[in-house]
Ligand binder design. Structure first.
Ligand SMILES: [Zn+2]
Ligand SMILES: [Zn+2]
Length: 136
């Protein structure tokens, strides 16, 4: 069995361990992921539903399945609002927000999807100067 990777939300209420093999790692630039993350794209790792072991806070998770969508869901900690791992709506996949993981999943993004919906400022954002802290 591959290595267990711990994950937790911002407040620490929701905690789990996941393990690979990870099937896919996508950066999704669709306008729904922009809304749900409040950011340029969602980083999602997909694996089989059996590859998770919940450690805490499963009862503090809220699931929102977007009514007019086939696949889209927003699943988050009710205490801090962080996105947490969830089962796809058809039950076939476990979707793990990469930022939820505390350790390196040892898989890198394989694709940028819904690329044509990316923000107009995306490229400039990537090219902007880098600082390790707030710039002075
Ligand atoms: Zn939380
Ligand atoms: Zn998306």
């Amino acid at each position: 069995m591959s290595k267990q990777i711990k994950g937790s939300c911002l407040c620490g209420t929701v905690q789990c361990e996941v393990h690979g093999p990870f099937a896919r790692f996508y950066q999704c630039h669709c306008d729904r992921c922009q809304k749900k993350t409040g950011s340029a794209f969602a980083s999602l790792i997909f694996t089989s539903p059996a590859n998770i072991n919940w450690l805490a806070g499963e009862d503090k998770i809220k699931r929102f399945d977007l009514p007019n969508a086939v696949r889209f869901s927003n699943v988050f900690c009710t205490e801090c609002g962080s996105q947490v791992p969830y089962l796809s709506r058809d039950g076939s996949m476990l979707c793990i927000p990469a930022g939820f993981l505390d350790d390196d999943p040892e898989i890198v993004p394989q694709a940028n999807i819904f690329w044509e919906e990316k923000f107009a400022w995306y490229d400039e954002g990537q090219a902007a100067p880098k600082y390790d802290q707030y710039p002075v």
